[in-house]
Design a protein around this ligand. Structure first.
Ligand code: CO
Length: 220
């Protein structure tokens, strides 16, 4: 009870302060949403999205889930990605993981946590696919390297979406970036895996819009 009262009191103070610093702050925000960036990050409370890149409200479109994943059957994430690309026309999508991610660490273990085990199975698959590299590392390095490999895999997953590929077909400017944030010093490591065209998409994942009136020849 007292905690929630504290939050509502905090909110009143924050609102008053924002209006004091810029009397038009809320009018301007209300009028338009035109962020240039979509941020896909971890739900972890220690990674406050706007703060770590010092951007104001209205400048980042945000999707967060445990261990910053882009799963091909997750319609929540896919809807965010499609809306961001096709309606907001963001120029950049940033997948930002963080070193020491609890979700990534859990995926390397054998404990049960509940439904989240199924969600983290995707990361277990990434660790299995990279076991040769990971097995040579100490526990901490293994977690941190898997945090990087996970971000790289999610960047790839984004390039494999229809929304991204059709945007590139329209010559729409769209770059997909992979970053990892350090809880230790607050600095972001750019993994230099930026994808900006269909060239980043492996052949098997290339999608082509079916021509109007023509049905693809397939029975599922
Ligand atoms: Co995390």
């Amino acid at each position: 009870m007292s905690t929630l009262k504290q939050l509502l009191d905090n909110n009143k103070r924050w609102s008053a302060k924002a209006k004091e610093q810029d009397p038009q702050f809320f009018e301007k925000l209300e009028a338009i949403q035109r962020p240039e960036y979509l941020w896909i990050g971890c739900s972890d409370s220690r990674v406050p999205t706007n703060q770590i890149v010092d951007l104001a409200p209205g400048e980042l479109f945000v999707h967060r889930n445990i261990a910053n994943q882009v799963v091909h059957t997750d319609f929540n994430c896919l809807a965010v990605v499609q809306y961001a690309i096709e309606v907001l026309r963001v120029k950049h999508i940033i997948v930002c993981g963080h070193y020491g991610c609890g979700g990534v660490a859990a995926s390397l273990g054998h404990d049960e946590y509940g439904v989240v085990d199924n969600w983290l199975r995707h990361i277990k698959d990434i660790s299995f696919a990279n076991q040769l590299e990971l097995n040579g590392l100490c526990e901490q390095d293994k977690i941190n390297r898997l945090c990087e490999l996970n971000v790289i895999a999610q960047v790839q997953n984004l390039t494999r979406t229809k929304a991204a590929q059709y945007a590139w077909d329209r010559a729409q400017t769209l770059s997909i970036h992979g970053w990892v944030y350090s809880l230790h010093d607050g600095v972001i490591n750019d993994l230099q895996v930026t994808a900006s065209s269909r060239e980043a998409v492996d052949d098997i994942y290339q999608l082509h819009q079916t021509q109007r009136g023509k049905r693809p020849n397939a029975n599922f």
